[in-house]
Design a protein around this ligand. Structure first.
Ligand SMILES: NC(=O)c1ccc[n+]([C@@H]2O[C@H](COP(=O)([O-])OP(=O)(O)OC[C@H]3O[C@@H](n4cnc5c(N)ncnc54)[C@H](O)[C@@H]3O)[C@@H](O)[C@H]2O)c1
Length: 439
């Protein structure tokens, strides 16, 4: 591909996600350029600057926060909004008005109403907004989508989809971490599973019409504690790791240290003593049964889509990885981590009459990147096309117009869980937009 134009980037909120994207972008400096970065933590903006080619680093402008960067006239083609969930709407809206196109981390905004308003503003201003639904860019889901569109399965009648968040990940992110409390982030089904809602909509190309849901917080809560114990794991007297969710493992266990890297800037060089000290005050040092979390650790949804297709979705803390079964008039597809680990393969297709099981190999993630199954790399790769090569926002592989439906589905599923009702998705969207329902 020829690259007549280097797409310039301004990182707003230079935490784990923005650093991942800017680092990947700068592996193809003939296509991308970093012009600016904003974050209250100086090391993070400096890290973003360090990804630029050495002779360009001096011209990367660093700002203390989003407000300072957005007080300037437009500094780059694309603003990456990588701040936390409760601070997407304001910087995104400002950046759109300043003329930026946007790479916007999910969730689009903290409330559905704001998400829909951003969608409408982008449409009104004719700006390009790519929401980071990274699964769309994975070889795994692209392979499944190709099989569906090839007609090999016939008409799709029903599916079961599962998102196994993972027991440590759930405690790290959705109990102790940024997304443990829905009041300061978004409901679990939005924060984690807007990815799943988006991929279902994208795989089948049909909108969801109605939803019911159940789910609750059963295990990661105070009631699970059998006897009192200190609120900080560093004060426990049990052997380290006896309890599988012991936060002291951040200092002692290689896998836990990988998670630490996402929340502690000095994770790589820190000694065990330093990490223990950090655990005394950090949210990640808390007993996972004595936090202020309220996210359900399991939730199921049942859905009806256009044309009568039905499906179930399960989110649980107590499984690792996604898997899906899709049933069509000609055949069935089974795919995901469970099938990869238990055979015969990561994706299989079989007809209904005992025909051979076809095992489909998933191509290696381009560039060998494992992040989100290759999705991080795929998204950065596609960003250039979506921002530079396609003629209009409507031609993007992923535009906010499409991505917003995942948020309508996810918030509708939360409304169904909280009310016990079956939710008509189109009505729900209308009621939220007009302000009758508060989501
Ligand atoms: N697409 C995905 O798969 C995926 C995965 C994880 C997280 N996310 C989403 O990405 C977003 C960022 O997550 P993260 O893990 O990188 O979080 P993070 O906490 O590492 O990064 C957020 C950054 O924003 C900075 N910040 C705070 N106030 C700011 C301000 N006023 N101006 C500028 N910067 C400010 C913080 O200092 C921090 O560095 C979240 O919305 C999260 O839900 C998406």
């Amino acid at each position: 591909m020829t690259s007549p134009h280097r797409l310039s980037l301004a990182g707003i909120g230079c935490g784990a996600r923005t650093r991942t994207y800017t680092k990947l972008a700068m592996e193809t400096p003939e296509r991308y350029k970093i012009n600016a970065a904003a974050d209250p933590v100086r090391e993070r903006t400096e890290a973003v600057r360090s990804y630029a080619p050495a002779d360009e680093q001096v011209s990367v402008r660093l700002f203390e926060n989003a407000e300072a960067l957005l007080a300037e006239p437009k500094l780059a083609d694309v603003a990456i909004i990588g701040t936390q969930d409760n601070y997407h709407y304001i910087p995104c809206q400002k950046a759109l008005r300043l003329g930026y196109d946007i790479l916007l981390e999910k969730p689009i905004a903290q409330t559905l109403r704001e998400a829909l308003q951003l969608r409408d503003l982008a449409e009104e201003l004719n700006r390009r907004v790519l929401v980071c639904h990274v699964l769309r860019y994975t070889p795994f889901y692209n392979t499944i989508r190709d099989i569906i569109t090839s007609g090999e399965l016939g008409d799709i009648i029903t599916f079961n989809a599962n998102e196994g968040v993972g027991a440590w990940h759930f405690a790290h992110s959705f109990t102790r971490g940024h997304w443990g409390n829905s009041n300061t982030s978004t409901p679990m089904i939005v924060a984690k599973c807007c990815h799943d809602m988006d991929i279902l909509y994208w795989l089948f190309g049909r909108k969801c019409e109605s939803i019911a849901s159940f789910g609750e917080l059963t295990f990661f809560r105070k009631e699970t504690l059998r006897s009192p114990r200190p609120e900080r794991c560093v004060d426990w007297t049990t052997p380290v790791g006896e309890d599988p969710w012991d936060a002291r493992k951040y200092a002692t266990d290689a896998e836990a240290r990988r998670w630490l890297r996402m929340v502690y800037d000095r994770a790589d060089e820190a000694t065990e003593e330093e990490i223990y000290e950090w655990l005394r005050t950090s949210p990640w040092g808390r007993d996972y049964l004595q936090c202020d979390n309220n996210q359900p650790d399991h939730q199921v949804g049942i859905m009806r889509f256009e044309g009568g297709m039905t499906g179930t979705f399960t989110m649980t803390a107590f499984e690792q990885g996604r898997h899906i079964e899709i049933y069509g008039t000609k055949g069935k597809l089974r795919a995901g981590v469970f099938y990869k680990n238990n055979g015969p393969g990561e994706i299989t297709v079989q007809d209904h009459f005992g025909g051979p099981v076809r095992v489909i190999e998933v191509p290696e993630a381009d560039g060998g990147y494992a992040g989100h199954g290759g999705g991080d790399w795929g998204l950065v790769n596609e960003l250039y096309d979506d921002m530079v090569n396609v003629p209009t926002p409507a031609d993007m592989k992923t535009s906010i117009t499409q991505s917003a439906h995942s948020h309508v589905m996810a918030f509708a599923m939360e409304h169904a869980r909280l009310t016990g009702q079956v939710i008509n998705v189109a009505d729900f969207e209308r009621l939220v937009l007009e302000g009758t329902l508060q989501y």
